[in-house]
Design a protein around this ligand. Structure first.
Ligand SMILES: [Cu+2]
Length: 64
C-alpha cells in the first residue's frame, strides 16, 4: 500500500532521514520517498496508515 502525506515541518534532508528512520522502525521493508521542498512524503508500507502517522508524529513531525 502506498501512503501519501504532507509534512509541513519537514525542512531539510535531516528531517527526511529522521522520518524515514521512524517509519522503518515500525516496518523494516518500508520505502520512504520525501521531498523537503514540496513537503510531500510517499511511503510504501504494509503497516496501516494510522500506525505510520503515529510513528511520524512520535518523531516530532506533523502529518497534515
Ligand atoms: Cu530538517
Amino acid at each position: 500500500m502506498t501512503l501519501e502525506f504532507k509534512i509541513p515541518n519537514m525542512a531539510c534532508s535531516a528531517c527526511v532521514t529522521t522520518i524515514a528512520n521512524a517509519v522503518t522502525a515500525i516496518d523494516a521493508t518500508a520505502i520512504v520517498e520525501a521531498d523537503p521542498k514540496t513537503k510531500q512524503v510517499k511511503i510504501e508500507t504494509q503497516q496501516p496508515e494510522a500506525t505510520v502517522k503515529q510513528a511520524i508524529a512520535a518523531a516530532g513531525y506533523t502529518v497534515a
